[in-house]
Design a protein. Structure first.
Length: 437
């Protein structure tokens, strides 16, 4: 179909309502083809590149970089455009990364079922498939839409200060205009006199992942009644296992850390006590506790975009080395800003490592949709009583927060002790489990 076509911002994840325009890869007058990446956006879940559904010439960009746009709003118009024709009328063209749109009646909630701690005897709860989304990848180098390169917040600052950003000489490492460049450009402008002696600090908009994280933490803290327990563990034998795995042939490219053993211990505890691997579900007919058959382990990661929790799906199927590889892959991907919404959803229980910041422990907040989270502290030499003698031993503190609606104190204590017992002697625990002979 010839003429002009308007491309509206799609819902690239399940239930998203808005996204921020991070970077345009095209500008008016550019010729585009179907599935060419035209814009990078940031949602509450991930940074995503959108492919173009039309071919033709860019007529107009409807929104600027840095703007937050509701789903369904026009973002670009392509003139003389046409969608890819399909040989079969009943089939729709598929854009790279989107998948085919589901059709038919919406999924209805199944009748309420009582789920006990033997998930193998229950029918699996109905789960609505999450639509495929474009994979979040590093934005390729391209000519910017404007003559000056700058981040959205820097452009916003320039607009607020009344400075034409294209007139500023950039000093950034990649030739971009920085916040300091903007402030230098307005340095001769007198600062307004304030009634108080306090100087206003920088105001940073809370958007994207950071806003979603903040909302989720508030929801969790004020919805689920949190209980936190902690225990100190002698990590002597765990540290020996870590060193032996590091020295084993073929593991040179794998980061083997104590966190891998803590993760293995948490997975083992979730299998031993399935109710800690569950979700509280409210409905019009009452509440259910859905106990998940599989353990999808979330790993909290500190990234430039804020706290992200990528998920290792079906973690019970992994050995220690493969678990280490998956943790390394997920964290590296998250820190590089390439995590997809699918990577950041679907977790059933979470592990967070506060020890990397030199912290012993804390009271972690449960990830919404889950019932428990384990925090591991730093490994520190401390006095420890062994056979009646005080000796120095590497000790770690574990902090276990759980939803008291789902997990009572007895069950939470047993699950925490299960992790601690595993870490005291991982080799023995694995032999008893039949994992190693």
């Amino acid at each position: 179909m010839a003429g002009s076509q308007v491309f509206a911002l799609p819902d690239v994840g399940e239930g998203l309502t808005e996204a921020e325009i991070l970077k345009w890869h095209v500008r008016p007058g550019d010729v585009v083809v179907v599935n060419q990446v035209i814009v990078e956006i940031e949602t509450a879940k991930a940074s995503v590149e959108l492919p173009c559904p039309f071919e033709g010439t860019v007529e107009q960009l409807h929104v600027d970089e840095g703007a937050i746009v509701p789903v369904g709003s026009p973002i670009i118009t392509i003139s003389g455009s046409a969608q890819v024709a399909s040989d079969e009328p009943e089939r729709q063209a598929v854009l790279v990364g989107y998948g085919v749109r589901e059709s038919g009646a919406p999924v209805r909630r199944q009748r309420r079922q009582v789920v006990d701690e033997e998930p193998g005897e229950q029918e699996a709860p109905a789960v609505q498939e999450t639509p495929s989304v474009p994979e979040a990848v590093a934005a390729p180098a391209s000519e910017p839409r404007r003559s000056a390169r700058a981040k959205p917040l820097v452009r916003k600052l320039a607009r607020e200060k009344g400075v034409d950003i294209s007139t500023i000489i950039p000093s950034g490492a990649s030739g971009e205009v920085t916040r300091e460049d903007v402030l230098k450009a307005v340095g001769a402008v007198p600062r307004p006199v304030s009634v108080s002696n306090e100087r206003a600090g920088e105001r940073v908009p809370v958007r994207g992942v950071q806003r979603a994280m903040a909302e989720a933490m508030v929801q969790s803290a004020f919805t689920a009644p949190h209980v936190t327990e902690w225990v100190d563990v002698d990590m002597s034998r765990s540290m020996e296992i870590v060193q032996r795995l590091r020295d084993a042939p073929g593991n040179d490219d794998v980061r083997i850390t104590p966190m891998i053993l803590v993760a293995a211990g948490l997975i083992r505890a979730a299998r031993q006590y399935p109710r800690v691997n569950s979700t509280w579900v409210d409905s019009a007919t009452g509440a259910d506790v859905v106990i998940h058959r599989d353990v999808h382990l979330g790993i909290a990661a500190d990234t430039p975009r804020g706290l992200l929790v990528p998920t290792i799906k079906n973690a019970t199927d992994l050995g220690l080395v493969e678990l280490a590889r998956r943790v390394q892959q997920l964290i590296d991907t998250a820190r590089a800003g390439r995590s997809t919404p699918a990577d950041l959803t679907g977790g059933t229980i979470t592990l967070t490592n506060v020890g990397v910041f030199g912290v012993d422990g804390g009271t972690p907040i449960i990830t919404p949709g889950q019932s428990a989270i384990l925090a591991m502290g730093r490994v520190l030499d401390r006095p420890w009583v062994v056979a009646g003698q005080v000796v120095a031993r590497p000790v770690m503190q574990l902090s276990f927060s759980f939803d008291h609606r789902v997990i009572d104190g007895a069950l939470g204590s047993r699950a925490l002790q299960s992790v601690a017992e595993f870490l005291r002697d991982p080799a023995l625990a694995l032999m008893l489990d039949g994992t190693i002979e």
